[in-house]
Design a protein. Sequence first.
Length: 401
Amino acid sequence: MKLNKNFPLLLTGQSLANIGDVLYMVSIISAIFALTGSATAASFVPFTITSSMFVSSLLTPLLIGKVNLKWLLAGSQLGKTFLIVVLGLLLIGISESNYYLVFINIAVIAFLDGCANPIRQTLIPHYVEPDELVRANGIAETVTQFIQATMWFVGSLFLVMMNSQQIVWVVGFLFAISSIMLCFLANVEQQTVEQESKLDQIKKGWNTLFHTPVLRKIALMEVLKTIAGTVWIAAILYVFVSEALLVGEKWWGFINGSFFLGLIVGSIYCIKNSSVLERKMGKVIFIGSLFSFLITILFSITSNPTIALLLSFGIGLFGQIKGIPQQTVIQTSIPKIKLSTVYTSLGAVATGVFGVASLVMGILADLLGVRIVFLISGLLLAIVALIVYRNNHLFVQNIVE
């Protein structure tokens, strides 16, 4: 691959941060549950993180153009490192009277994460040649999904060997190394902020989304895909395993693991066949969308846990085969200097819709049954496939500076 040193530096730095993120979430959920004995209090951790990242996605455009993108990414990681140290100190004297301070701390960490995530996606096309962008996105996704697939299991092993506070210190070390690596990234050109109101700065990414035909379609697809994806949250999938498949809770872990394995295999497929994907971007995105819809429908009606396991793998596989070329379309559909504001807007869409849709799907699962919500998910993905089919000419890789 024709990559300069910046891409592996970015990938390694962010991977260390992602490993730390999972470990710190495992430790905090464990600490809150041990202190309160309340599953509701523990489940409030991911809710707090999602809410804070949504607010961050809305406000990040105020910093873009004023702060160099490299330093915005590195600075957010340095801030997370400082807050992790504070969190470790808080855990020394945590009690039922002050554990709300922990939630304030993780809300600020998530706010910084919400700033960092779109910047990472924006920097990739700056550090990679256009003809290697699909492979680079595939590598980044493979590493990210591998971390997600393995670190929750590793985190549980850490809990056996260490207490929550000790894990936080490990996370602090990982965050510190990540911060140092990100500081060595090369600076990139970015859009300078003219005399604009704060509201105009916030609206900049949204305006680009609405005025770029392919991005407008992708934003709609992301809304539908995000709503469809909420059926895979732990609570709903656990009910499906128990009530639809009629098997034990270990199958919940198997199906989850199979889904992540599908994501990883899909990423590897995109890496190995990047030249083909570049030539047939629209067709590949359509095939991925179509099979995601069909397999989800089959998953909603199956009662065989082994078949459900294979279907879960297929959903991850084709979801990734669709997602990586789509990422490349986004990165090449507009000038690079506009990418950061577009990604913050797409991030706001994803986190905002996910929070509301998770609640709605949970209610529908109780009212209509868990099979129905998976059927609804499949129908939403059918609409995504239809959008791609009708707008296939838009889904191409452009070379835009």
